[in-house]
Structure formats: C-alpha cells, structure tokens
Design a protein around this ligand. Sequence first.
Ligand SMILES: C[S@@+](CC[C@H](N)C(=O)[O-])C[C@H]1O[C@@H](n2cnc3c(N)ncnc32)[C@H](O)[C@@H]1O
Length: 215
Amino acid sequence: MAATHLEAGDPVGWFEPLYASARRDPAAIPWGAPGPHPYLTGWLEAPVATPPGRRAVVVGCGLGDDALAVARHGFEVTAIDVAPSAVRWAGRRHRRSGIAWRTLDVLDPAARAPLEGAFDLVVEVLTVPYLPGVVRDAAMHAIGALVAPGGVLVVVTLVAAGPDRAGDGPPWPQVPSELAAYRSAGLVRLALDHPPPEPMAAAMPVRLTFQRPRS
Ligand SMILES: C[S@@+](CC[C@H](N)C(=O)[O-])C[C@H]1O[C@@H](n2cnc3c(N)ncnc32)[C@H](O)[C@@H]1O
C-alpha cells in the first residue's frame, strides 16, 4: 500500500486506506499496539523540561492513546492526523477525553498556519520514520513550527544504528544527522534518551526533547 502511493508521488496517501480497511480492528494496524508509548509516559511522569502552559498537540495521533496519556496529565490536547478514519476511530475510542480530534496534514502550510507557535507541548511518536526521505525535513520543520516560545517538543523515533538508513520501510529509521532539522526549526535540544544499544540491532527507539527559546 505504501509503495503504490510513494510511486505515485503521494507520501502520506497510504495511511487513510490502511486505517479504513482495518475496520476498527487495532490488530490490523501495524503500529496499533494498545496503550501509549512507554517513552512518552516516562517523559510525562518525569518531564525533562516543564512546558510553560497546558496547550498540547499530538501530531500523527493514530488511534489516540498517546493523546489520551497527555490529556490525563492535565493538558488541553489537540490531536491531529492526516487520515480521517484514524481521527474518527480515535475519537470513538476516547469519547469522553475532552481531546479535540482534527484531520490535518501537518505538511500542508495553509492548514498548519493557525497552529504554528500555538502549543506549550508538542508530541510526535513514530510518525517521521514512516515518511519517506523526501518529505522528512519538511515534516520535522512543520512539527517544530507548532512549538510556542518556551514550549517543549517530545519526539519518539527510530534511529538507525549505522550511518545509512536501515532496511526496507516503512518504517525507515532516521539517521542521526537528519535530526538536526529540529534545530534548524529554531529548537534547542535538551536531551536524547535511548536504551542500551543491542549489538546486532539495525535501529533503536530514541526519545528526544527540544525547547524553543523564549526570545
Ligand atoms: C506510524 S503511525 C504512528 C501513529 C501513532 N503516533 C502511534 O505511535 O501509534 C504514523 C501516523 O502519522 C499520521 N501521519 C502521517 N503523515 C502525517 C501528516 N503529514 N500529518 C498528520 N499526520 C500524519 C498517519 O496517518 C499515522 O496515523
């Protein structure tokens, strides 16, 4: 499904048919493991930096479990995803969460413009490594642009163990050098956390924390 859309020059078009064809069965979604990502819950319990306010956005929210975890920590959450079926599904799963669910392509400058600089906490879990190289810089810039002055960005991604992107994706683990795109979006890196590398692993999960300076 991904290959067909990528060949047609549509890097995000495969997400919607994937969610739609799952017919509300999380087991049919490759990343549909129930519950928030443990790197995110760990961060929420022991934040690397304190967001200056309570406005949060979760980008690429999928089935919404990360957004729910953020809401349960007292944030007013907007959760966005390019796939309308994911947004509807997440809204039904977490009906009384108070989360604002929105279908939005973060790569679309016009759709994104009203959200730029609007969030004290921005969360991105495993979205960028599912995008092909050609739009990754733009995606990281777009996500970074959502962070308010003084605000904090938490990213959970996959990073390749070596200098080259590992294997056939999606996902395509990120190479460490491409993560600099967040800094060129005006953010300062505060922390990079990961488990001890496994000797033969081609990629490992990494959590990064960035902050936008106040001025
Ligand atoms: C690999 S999934 C991860 C979903 C969720 N974060 C999780 O960890 O379960 C990537 C998600 O990002 C969404 N996505 C991809 N490109 C996007 C874009 N340009 N704007 C908004 N959402 C996007 C997809 O629809 C999908 O739900």
